[in-house]
Design a protein around this ligand. Structure first.
Ligand SMILES: [Zn+2]
Length: 184
């Protein structure tokens, strides 16, 4: 049994560059999800609360990604309205979006989600980068917080490598439905 820590825990997830990488098993989620029919198969990384919401907070350092975060939230909420909400003083936070240097996160890693620490880590190396790519990374990581795992399908947001996909595939939606039903 390997002890948990922020950079090595079983709920951690990695997104790798470059865009054109041939998919291979980069972490256990991909191994567990050999096709894209169903990227939800548990509930151990789901952060949606009992009220059916995923309430997020953005750390001061991650405010540099504010517009991409807003767009990423909209991609999911367009499918299920009002599920992902910005944290307020009256709402208990379910997940915090923070930045991490590539030295800490890993050089090839753009994002990581930890259900142990209830955090989404975005690499600081993305600052000033392509906004579509950043939005893809954040949308993907929010997908993990919604309970989804990685996929082999390039057209899916849950594809395990960064892409410029900005819309949910049929498989993303089906997996989200299944994850969401599991908390009800
Ligand atoms: Zn992932």
């Amino acid at each position: 049994m390997i002890p948990y820590n922020e950079t090595n825990n079983k709920n951690a997830h990695i997104v790798i560059d470059p865009l054109s990488s041939i998919p291979k098993a980069v972490d256990e989620w991909i191994i567990e999800s050999p096709d894209d029919k169903d990227t939800f198969s548990g509930g151990d990384n789901i952060m949606i609360d009992g009220g059916g919401h995923l309430d997020y907070e953005v750390s001061v350092s991650a405010e540099v990604f504010s517009s991409e975060i807003k767009n990423a939230v909209a991609i999911w909420n367009q499918y299920k309205s009002g599920v992902i909400r910005k944290d307020t003083t009256k709402i208990v936070q379910d997940v915090k979006i923070v930045t991490k240097s590539s030295a800490d996160l890993g050089q090839n890693i753009n994002g990581r989600t930890s259900a142990v620490f209830n955090k989404i880590y975005i690499s600081t190396k993305l600052i000033g980068g392509d906004t579509k790519k950043i939005t893809n990374v954040i949308t993907h990581e929010l997908g993990h917080a919604l309970g989804l795992r990685d996929s082999y399908l390039l057209s899916s947001i849950m594809y395990g490598y960064t892409s410029t996909t900005l819309s949910l595939s049929r498989a993303d939606k089906a997996s989200y439905d299944k994850a969401y039903r599991s908390i009800k």
